[in-house]
Design a protein around this ligand. Structure first.
Ligand SMILES: Nc1ncnc2c1ncn2[C@@H]1O[C@H](COP(=O)(O)OP(=O)(O)OP(=O)(O)O)[C@@H](O)[C@H]1O
Ligand SMILES: [Mg+2]
Length: 376
């Protein structure tokens, strides 16, 4: 295809690793569905390597392998560690379109595949007695137009009717080189997740409502995110699955169709750099913030259901999302004149601590004092 540029991993993802010296990254022309890039996003070599293998599954020459490769990727790990962002930034850097479907226990096959909608002008309720002349006049004109449309439909057969509206799966299937992101996949009722098995297999999609057969466009990839491994476990690397309300055990045949990345929070050193690059905090503040996050996570991760409790567990964590927001609100508070020490505490409360119980708050604040004391 024209316009595809081939680049190095260093150019696209900013990773200088000799292990990628022969890796070629295809960059497509961006579309309106290509997400915004996240500058300074920290990629890890091991995660990137898996992304590259996954992407290769749809770009290898026909017949390269005798067997069929999976082209679906499950990214699972604790809340706020960058799973959704990873899929977004991969698309942003490679120019791929991203179709994101938010999964929940209320998701039905029709919310994924599509549905019939009546595309006709629907009049709002009549304007109230108190409505002004203009509002009443506009409503009158709209009613007249609707009557006219119905009359035209009756006499000529042309007019408003039921229209099929594609859901995210079909929109993705029709768009070459796009990624379908099924976010919070483990929230899906297993029967709904299983309705996707043919899609996960890369088969043509049959739409019973319209009789259409949709062939997945070339280069299409599918990714899913989850907090659990689809079997009710957080994987021993980030909290207890019981904290992720609504997560369901999925059918093992569904999970079998995915490659997997079990991800977790960035390291303390990586987050310190990220804070300085993205939130305008200085080195001392970013060091203290990253240290607190790391200590609190150790306690949060200590309650994972596989390893057994170690020490006093906390039922919440400081996510990368929270850490960045703590730093950004701190920066704003200081810039409006608040004293730095107070702003650190107040920004932490605003970002996270006011959700905590008094005991949890005390545990975090004590840890913070020990961190600040150690860095003073
Ligand atoms: N490696 C990273 N580099 C830069 N920013 C990151 C990184 N990982 C996470 N972030 C930032 O952390 C925030 C949270 O990430 P994201 O929303 O992707 O988390 P998540 O794992 O999908 O969480 P949840 O399970 O709650 O949906 C984002 O603002 C993202 O930019
Ligand atoms: Mg997410």
């Amino acid at each position: 295809m024209d316009n595809i540029v081939k680049k190095s991993v260093a150019d696209v993802f900013g990773i200088e690793d000799p292990a990628f010296k022969n890796t070629v990254v295809k960059v497509f022309p961006a579309t309106p569905d290509t997400p915004e890039n996240i500058k300074d996003f920290v990629f890890r070599s091991d995660v990137l390597r898996r992304l590259m293998v996954w992407a290769a599954s749809v770009s290898l020459p026909a017949g390269f392998f005798g067997a069929t490769m999976k082209r679906n990727l499950m990214i699972y790990g604790p809340t706020g560690c960058g799973k959704t962002a990873l899929a977004q930034v991969f698309c942003a850097r490679t120019g791929r379109s991203l179709i994101r479907a938010q999964c929940s226990e209320d998701t039905e096959p029709s919310s994924l595949f599509g549905t019939w909608r009546l595309c006709r002008p629907i009049l709002k309720e009549d304007p109230s007695e108190e409505a002004g002349l203009i509002e009443k006049g506009v409503a009158g004109i709209a009613r007249a137009i609707e009557k006219l449309a119905i009359a035209v439909k009756k006499t000529t057969g042309v007019g408003p009717e039921m229209t099929w509206v594609d859901g995210p799966v079909l929109r993705w299937a029709r768009m070459p080189n796009s990624v379908l992101l099924l976010d919070e996949f483990d929230q899906l009722p297993p029967s709904v997740a299983m309705s996707l098995n043919a899609v996960l297999d890369g088969d043509d999609i049959l739409v019973p409502e319209t009789g259409e057969r949709v062939k997945p466009a070339p280069g299409n990839l599918l990714a899913a995110t989850a907090n659990t491994n689809g079997r009710g476990s957080a994987g021993g690397n980030g909290g207890s699955a019981s904290l992720y309300k609504g997560a369901k055990r999925q059918n093992v045949a569904t999970m079998d169709r995915f490659f997997v990345i079990h991800t977790s929070y960035l390291s303390e050193a990586e987050e310190r750099q990220l804070l300085m690059k993205q939130t305008r905090v200085n080195e001392a503040v970013s060091t203290a913030m990253a240290t607190l996050a790391s200590k609190i996570r150790t306690q949060f991760l200590g309650i994972n259901e596989d390893a057994g409790a170690a020490g006093t567990p906390l039922e919440f964590t400081i996510t990368t999302r929270n850490l960045l927001n703590w730093a950004m609100s701190y920066t704003l508070m200081v810039s409006t004149g608040m004293q730095s020490k107070l702003a650190l505490k107040e920004a932490l409360r605003m970002t996270l601590l006011d959700f905590a119980t008094p005991d949890e708050r005390k545990a975090v604040e004590d840890t913070w004092e020990s961190v600040v004391g150690a860095n003073a």
